[in-house]
Design a protein around this ligand. Sequence first.
Ligand code: PRT
Ligand code: ZN
Length: 210
Amino acid sequence: MKTLKIAIQKSGRLNEKSVELLKNCGLNFENYKSSLISPVSNFPLEILFLRDDDIPEYVQDGIADLGIVGENVIQETEVEVNYLQRLGFGKCALKIAITNSSDITDLQHLNGKSIATTYPAILGKFLKENKIQSEIRNISGSVEIAPGLGLADAICDLVSTGGTLKSNGLKPFADVMSSEAVLIGRNGDEDNVLIQELIQRIQSVLRAKE
Ligand code: PRT
Ligand code: ZN
């Protein structure tokens, strides 16, 4: 039977928990930080270590059969993939935040304002659904400093503890989406017995944690 490939984040917030989950499934592999691919010695599986942003497309295009990635990344890349299992880690929320001194009190007040984000697709959809016309400033990182620099009136960014917002004089204002790490696969692959076997192992690891 064809060896499966699962894509996980190479380094970053989801790497450690993804590796731990796969190890807890009884999969034996070396976690070499320098290599892109690690073979699993006791299951027909290879692990691909990638930038998280690339994972949804790799799965959609069949370069990887499975992937572990945040829902926020899937939504932003707008790919067609199958959600196989929520994984319970990497929890966060995409929020619009404003400065502590802002006079914005209602969503409609965002009309005509600028919002800095690294999530232009998700934010654009949210604004459209709420019939708000703001200027989306698509920047590549450190969005939380944009209002202080006069680059934007508000930001839209991921929040977990809220500490980053606080230390930049910002406060959460509106929830755009909540997110956690999920296992994804390709549409049409659901009946693959190896994928089924892996999902079952993952589910029993998650159940044991409850
Ligand atoms: O290198 P690569 O592209 O793979 O990684 P990355 O830098 O794009 O992503 P990474 O490792 O930062 O995050 C990976 C995933 O973790 C995200 O896509 C989310 O699904 C999830 N996640 C969970 C978070 C957070 N919590 C989080 N707090 N991702 C980012 N943050 C950032 C946020 O952007 C902000 O800068 O942490 C800061 C806020 O944290 P608090 O605790 O101060 O609120
Ligand atoms: Zn990334």
